[in-house]
Design a protein around this ligand. Structure first.
Ligand code: ZN
Ligand code: ZN
Length: 357
């Protein structure tokens, strides 16, 4: 499926590439979609039209070069999850282990973000096959997991990095998660795995079912921000102390940023992971960050260790992940899937969607 411009996506036939000693070909089983896919579809973020979207694929190795097989430790038929990033592994950030911030290839070196003009063109998961470039990062996925659940490695990996790893969430901590979408719910699972003492999730009135699911997954309290002031609720729940960690995974909601700063405890950490469509935050007072000595961190991607933690949780069967996964659609219906995810299809509610070839 090739995205040719904003809100334009359709099928095209492309030849399969020859595989050399250092690369491979993936037969895609499923590809997860997230808000980033929608932002490309909507034209809000980098989208090198025409290109094949899809940065959350799981599949089987269809062909692989000898050196690639030795380097990745996989062979034909093995099942793998592919990280979005294709790092250069040579720039200062890669060498420091921060490869998700790689500066090597501009404008973007990631699956789902490379145009058809760059050979072999098969750079996205909305396809039967995806090319695996030499610096790809792969994770083995056990055979028993259904493909549409296996692709949850991506949101769950984000949950571990954004809610636990980046803020240094400790056993017993209070964490507030703003936004009960697939990544917010993934944060609930990660926080529970890390032994959080109190997990609070905030959402809109329209999110009622998602907030109920958050409680089912382990959240202790949920807040409808249209009925109650979430800052007051968090203060009340914590005897006025505030939350040790606040994670903002809301899309486009600028008010969540000021709320996060206001509800964080003295010395607490705020992780900002939801993008706001390049809009500024009104009523932003940096003095509040100073006065409480807050740590504010931006979170964009996920790294190797956190994807591994996610795959272990999926494998364990400890959580009802099928409750987060709401739709499986054929890749030909990518247009519907993207609109469904953005609540543009009246009367239908989606949470996590997987596209399958
Ligand atoms: Zn994504
Ligand atoms: Zn690099």
């Amino acid at each position: 499926m090739v995205m040719t411009g904003p809100r334009a996506i359709g099928p095209q036939l492309l030849p399969l590439p020859e595989i050399g000693p250092d690369d491979a070909l993936l037969q895609v089983e499923a590809c997860g979609i997230c808000g980033t896919d929608y932002e490309q579809f909507h034209g809000d973020i980098y989208a090198p039209y025409p290109f094949i979207p899809g940065h959350e694929p799981v599949g089987r190795i269809a062909a692989i070069g000898e050196r690639a097989a030795a380097r990745w430790g996989v062979r034909v038929g093995d099942r793998v999850a592919v990280e979005p990033a294709i790092p250069c592994l040579a720039c200062p950030l890669c060498l420091a282990g921060r490869y998700t911030l790689c500066m090597g290839r501009r404008p973007m070196s990631a699956y789902g973000f490379i145009g058809l003009s760059v050979p072999p063109g098969l750079w996205g998961g909305y396809a039967t096959h995806m090319y695996l470039a030499p610096n790809s990062l792969l994770h083995q996925v056990p055979d028993g997991v259904p493909a549409e659940l296996a692709v949850l490695f991506n949101p769950l990996g984000a949950g571990f990095r954004w809610a636990v790893d980046l803020p240094g969430l400790r056993t017993g901590d209070t964490i507030v998660i703003l936004g009960p979408g697939q990544r917010g719910l993934a944060c609930v699972i990660a926080a529970r795995e890390a032994g959080a003492g109190r997990i609070v999730v905030a959402g809109l009135s329209a999110d009622e079912a998602r907030l109920a699911l958050a409680r089912e997954l382990g959240a202790h309290h949920t807040v409808d921000v249209e009925a109650e002031d979430p800052v007051q609720v968090v203060r009340r729940l914590t005897d006025g102390q505030g939350a040790d960690v606040v994670v903002d995974v809301t899309a486009y909601a600028v008010v969540a940023v000021t709320q996060a700063i206001d509800m964080a405890a003295r010395g607490g950490t705020v992780v900002l992971a939801g993008t706001k469509g390049r809009r500024p935050v009104p009523d932003f007072y940096s003095d509040r960050i100073v006065a409480k000595e807050l740590t504010v961190k931006g979170a964009l991607g996920v790294d190797y260790a956190n994807y591994e933690r996610a795959i272990r949780v999926i494998e364990s069967g400890r959580y009802p992940l099928h409750r987060i996964h709401s739709h499986t659609l054929p890749i030909e219906e990518a247009d519907t899937a993207l609109r469904l995810l953005a609540r543009e299809v009246p009367g239908q509610e989606a949470l996590h969607i997987a596209l399958v070839p």
